[in-house]
Design a binder for this molecule. Structure first.
Ligand code: UDP
Length: 486
């Protein structure tokens, strides 16, 4: 229920003690480390402020404090403030512990500090709800101890991945071996069947502590009063239909996406990539990027370069030094390439492709690139934010997944809704060139993918408009927060 100035018209709750009911409803949001988690939660907070007059405090972990994050937090409107949790000691964890383990441990160990912070927020504001994201469900213990009335989960990925998480406790018992050895694809209600090796990466080695953490989170999600998901029905009609139905023992699910970072206009000053794009014909460039931290093994990086060259398409490629010397997601906390990435490109590549390609190190303003009229395709690692950004700007995708849930995203995009063509596993230059060409100008599968993406772009925009499905879902949530106040 919106009335532009905050308080819902039906609301006459008495708020939290000293915090008057007239104060704006306040939401505390715990952000799992990573810009890919912060950006959609911050967008949710901005939407709650703009459309529903709410205020939000983003609670961040000490490990995530980077210059990029600080600048991002400083750019948020006054109704969205932030507060950093104190550091916790993780030095007892083994070197090489999975990122998901680090995040989950940091959250679990932050519960005492978080409890104090939430108690304080309850005293100072009309705190109507606590929202945790992805690997932060242990924080529900803190919210409960602090007496917060409503515990919500924000799931920044999609309905397929959420379905998997919610089924993990039973899958843990039902699948005795490794997922990668499954003879048949994994079939979950409403979902595109996922071949075993494409199932969520942190589940692929049951001896790794991060597997146990994922099962734990799946069980913990059931403690939420409801789950907000950064997706929309048209992108995942199967699981949307199932999850929109109430089910005993499972929290209500509200698809509130796509929430992507708003294009902040030209305020960041001149950018060589955008200036270069300005000089290219409409829809002629394939943008190549592997998210905030992804990097390729040296051999694949070489094949990609030669594949792009072979495709004859214009390209804009964000390169990082190869992943061979570390994990594929080594740059997760810091997108800066560790070494000069240009040194790993095939000899003469930059010179030979000078007229049709631009290679930039480490980072590009992705939203602006995808919004640019010269961009006609996106070769992506299928990180969910990247996928949503591509759909919002109507850019068809070439799927080249790396880690996390990216492989199953690639399956649902290519085999399910049909918004992408996946590069075959062998990653040879000819196959890469063929996939790129097909998405950019193919008359068969490529044309179907381009038409589907245009359809999804329209559906995404309609959902977010006043009265659209995502806007209505969020309005329903706010009404629950404010009208059923204790
Ligand atoms: N991003 C960007 N420039 C880059 C790489 C990434 O702006 O060069 C942004 C991108 O727009 C997206 C986020 O970083 O919002 C990446 O999130 P995603 O979920 O796609 O992947 P992750 O980084 O979590 O692997």
């Amino acid at each position: 229920m919106e009335n532009g100035n905050g308080a819902s018209p039906c609301c006459n709750g008495n708020g939290n003690g000293a915090a008057a009911a007239a104060a704006p409803p306040h939401v505390a949001m715990l952000v799992t480390p990573g810009m890919g988690h912060l950006i959609p939660l911050a967008e949710l907070a901005k939407r709650l402020a703009r459309r529903h007059g709410a205020a939000a405090t983003l609670l961040t972990f000490a490990s995530a404090a980077s210059a990029t994050q600080r600048a991002f937090l400083a750019s948020l409107p006054p109704a969205v403030t932030s507060l950093a949790l104190p550091p916790v000691d993780l030095s007892d964890l083994p070197r090489g512990a999975a990122i998901e383990t680090l995040m989950s441990e940091e959250c679990a160990r932050s519960v005492p500090a978080l409890t104090d912070i939430l108690r304080d927020l309850r005293r100072r504001t009309r705190l109507v709800a606590f929202v945790a994201d992805l690997f932060g469900a242990d924080s529900f213990d803190a919210a409960r101890a602090a007496g917060v009335a409503r515990l919500y989960l924000f799931f920044p990925s999609n309905l397929h991945a959420l379905t998997l998480f919610l089924h993990l406790p039973e899958l843990d018992a039902a699948v005795p071996g490794e997922f990668r050895d499954l003879a048949e694809p994994l079939r979950l209600p409403g979902c595109v069947p996922i071949p075993g090796p494409d199932v969520l990466m942190p589940l692929q080695d049951k001896s790794n502590p991060c597997y146990r953490w994922m099962v734990h989170h799946g069980a913990k999600y059931r403690e939420a009063d409801a789950i907000l998901v950064n997706s929309f029905d048209a992108a995942e009609p199967g699981p949307a239909k199932i999850l929109r139905q109430p089910a005993p023992g499972r929290p209500a699910v509200f698809p509130v996406g796509p929430l992507i970072q708003a294009d902040r206009g030209g305020s960041d000053g001149p950018c060589p990539c955008l200036e270069w794009l300005d000089r290219q014909p409409a829809r002629s460039v394939i943008f190549v990027s592997f998210g905030s931290g992804g990097a390729l093994p040296a051999e694949q990086m070489r094949e990609l370069a030669l594949g792009l060259e072979l495709s004859g398409q214009r390209f804009l490629w964000v390169v990082r030094s190869p992943s061979d010397e570390g994990a594929v997601n080594d740059n997760y906390y810091d997108a800066e390439s560790k070494k000069d990435p240009f040194a790993y490109l095939p000899e003469g590549f930059v010179d030979r492709t000078r007229d049709v390609g631009l290679v930039v190190p480490s980072w590009a303003p992705q939203i602006k690139v995808l919004a640019h009229g010269a961009t006609g395709g996106f070769l992506t690692h299928c990180g969910w934010n990247s996928v949503l950004e591509s759909l919002v700007y109507g850019v068809p995708m070439v799927a080249w997944p790396l880690y996390a849930e990216q492989r199953q995203n690639a399956v649902m995009l290519s085999e399910g809704v049909g918004a992408a063509i996946r590069v075959p596993e062998s990653k040879g230059r000819e196959k890469i060139a063929a996939a790129v060409r097909e998405v950019m100008e193919g008359e068969g599968r490529g044309a179907t993918v381009r038409a589907k993406v245009a359809e999804l772009q329209k559906a995404a925009a309609e959902g977010l408009q006043e009265g659209g499905a995502a806007a209505a879902a969020l309005a329903e949530v706010v009404e629950k927060w404010t009208c059923e106040e204790n």
